[in-house]
Ligand binder design. Sequence first.
Ligand code: FES
Ligand code: FES
Length: 165
Amino acid sequence: MKLNVNGRAHDVDADPAMPLLYALADDLGLRGPRLGCGLAQCGSCSVLVDGREMRACVTPLSAIGHREVTTLEGLPGLHARSGRAPTVSGLHPVQEAFIAEQAPQCGYCFNGIAIKAAELLAADPSPTEARVRAALDGHLCRCGTYPRILAAVMRASTAMAGGAR
Ligand code: FES
Ligand code: FES
């Protein structure tokens, strides 16, 4: 079957019932999405499918069809195609902000939180802190770096809205 991932079409020889996460990791070698709970509860495996967050651990390949999958590795390209101002680093503003704020500790949750933040900021580049908190509610950080995560998303929102911080 064909999978459209990060702007490229890939041929994947896999059972259509297999979770997307395994195809991304084992067939395409993408390590951004991570297996955590495997039960759609933690968010560490999240990807964007046509711009909407989906939990790759419980999404079968058959549910993807021709839609575009974006992983953490594809966020810079997604931003480049968005028409928004490029970042200094070439990364997505969310990735750049997480580095600037030194937000992750072990980093396990980072994939899902970056994906969710990218989804949110594409729809609303200037969300309130309350909206960011609500958007990230389904993403668990075992290290408890939530204050730095929140600061990073707000920094990214400033960058995407065109301001300076
Ligand atoms: S591994 Fe998919 S939500 Fe936890
Ligand atoms: S930084 Fe360790 S799980 Fe979030």
